[in-house]
Design a protein around this ligand. Structure first.
Ligand code: AMP
Length: 195
């Protein structure tokens, strides 16, 4: 078990993990770390960058071993360059673990203290949000409804089960369909209770 503390913001694509995660991190000082952002930051010419593009372009998850390797290397880099101090800082993970195997593999990297689940059972809200985000952020995997549906299927088939790998007492559900300020307020309340 690692001694690096981490909170986890969890939910389907388009549930607001990135937006709420960034605000929660700014308000509390915990370090927001999104694997989607890490992957999008890879050089498109690199082997891992090409691998990411081939999976993300089809709405698929990158394989577990390589995902966890890239993630742990990134975390190691933050520690080595004094951007994260394990004795005082905590991460807010966004986008990992996304499979039960990843939940097992990252145990040696981070110790999950609490999980905030952004719950949106109505997928039509998600599709609408992602198509809108595609126009603002120019993300290709948000622009194509077929890719969005494939990502939601990956979430249902592989990611939703991740919650079962953690004790129920570590999990707080938040209604992610509310307006962003209310979602942030509920997340902050849950963070303060869990801290
Ligand atoms: P996100 O920005 O979290 O929606 O991630 C965008 C894409 O990056 C996903 O559709 C996956 O292809 C890939 N990705 C991000 N995090 C992971 C992960 N933990 N495991 C596998 N693939 C991931």
């Amino acid at each position: 078990m690692s001694d690096i503390s981490a909170f986890l913001i969890f939910g389907p694509p388009g549930s607001g993990k990135g937006t709420v995660g960034a605000k929660l991190a700014t308000t509390t000082g915990i370090k927001h770390l999104s694997t989607g952002d890490i992957f999008r930051g890879l050089s498109p010419a690199s082997e891992n960058g090409k691998l990411f593009a081939s999976y993300a372009g089809a709405g698929k998850l990158v394989p577990d071993e390589v995902t966890v390797k890239i993630f742990s290397r990134f975390v190691g880099g933050l520690i080595d360059t004094n951007k994260f101090a394990p004795e005082k800082d905590s991460f807010l993970l966004d986008g990992i673990p996304r499979t039960v195997a990843q939940a097992e593999l990252i145990k040696s990297v981070v110790n999950i203290k609490h999980i905030f689940v952004l719950d949106i059972p109505d997928y039509s809200i998600i599709v609408e949000r992602l198509l809108k985000r595609a126009k603002i952020e120019g993300r290709k995997d948000d622009a194509d409804e077929t890719v969005i549906r494939a990502r939601l299927k990956e979430y249902e088939d592989k990611t939703a089960a991740v919650l079962g790998a953690y004790n129920e007492s570590l999990i707080t559900k938040i209604n992610g369909a509310q307006d962003p300020d209310t979602v942030l307020r509920d997340s902050l309340t849950a963070y303060i209770k869990a801290k």
